[in-house]
Design a binder for this molecule. Sequence first.
Ligand code: KG4
Ligand code: ZN
Length: 336
Amino acid sequence: MLILGIETTCDETGCSVVKDGMTILSNVVTSQIDLHSEYGGVVPELACRRHVDVMIPVLHEALNKAKVTLNDIDLIAVAQGPGLIGALLIGINTAKALAWSLQKPLVGINHIEAHLYAALMSTPEEVQYPCLGVVLSGGHTSLVLMKELGKYDLIGQTVDDAIGEAFDKAAKVLDLPYPGGPQIEKLAAKGDSYRFAFRAGKIKGKPFDFSFSGLKTGVLYAVRDIKEANTILTAKDKSDIAASFQRVAFEDVIKKTVLAAKKYSCHSVVFGGGVTANDHLKLLFKEQAPSLECIWPEKKLSLDNAAMIAGLAYHQYTQKKHSLGLDMEALTSMPF
Ligand code: KG4
Ligand code: ZN
């Protein structure tokens, strides 16, 4: 079954052709970093206009790279949410137009669930359920008990900033360009991760919830204190802050993941979301949680992409045989 996936939840326009849920024939993503970097974050109105401009060229490129035509496509899949409303609408309306004109079924996919599926697409091994899903993205930080594909219980989530958002905000305080995650990772590699005693939040009575806003404020205060004492922030100060921030954020994720895996008897952990592009995170998991089987998405599937949308759609459609109507709506939040 050939599935065309479309992804426009935030600032990446993606189209991909995937065969039978696993074989990626093409995976085209255009990033809008150039457009948003001068503002230090995504500007929704600009994101929408760029999606409109590049949607059709990206679609053609995905079909060409896969060496297929629209007539070869069996199913149209689109990220239905969560995301920016205007951005979602562009992908969804493109998908509806294609489904209607080609008379093909249409499915709406949960972008966050697709991030977890990206890891399953990255390994030839069958995952053993139940397993623990760990979502670390720019908009979400969640622990999910995966009973089987499509059956999930949310067991923890952030009560304020998502982890990727905290990376982006900490980077902004350090005058680093958007997106901050890769910049922090690079700087942190040269820094002393124990110089600053930052702390991630604990939520009373909710051991699997996260809070990163205090950690981000810790970075702000560290910068303020150094500037007040020495007037300038040196390159060494910046690397030490980045390294300390990254260590504390990741150790918090590792501690809660290990605890949840134990409580819910999960041997394997499936990771998803842009922050999983961070190599230091993988290293820390190896060092600090060696008994967990960690299933990571390939780098090209960590960040937003349409292959994960098309891949997950194969299972959703073959299990439920359900095609959405042309009245399908964009969902800015979409629960598991
Ligand atoms: O999953 P994603 O592409 O978009 C959302 O669904 O939100 O994640 C984007 C987030 C951004 O906050 C970005 O800074 C972060 O992923 N990110 C990273 C790295 N690469 C991207 N965070 C830490 N280290 C990285 N190497
Ligand atoms: Zn995403």
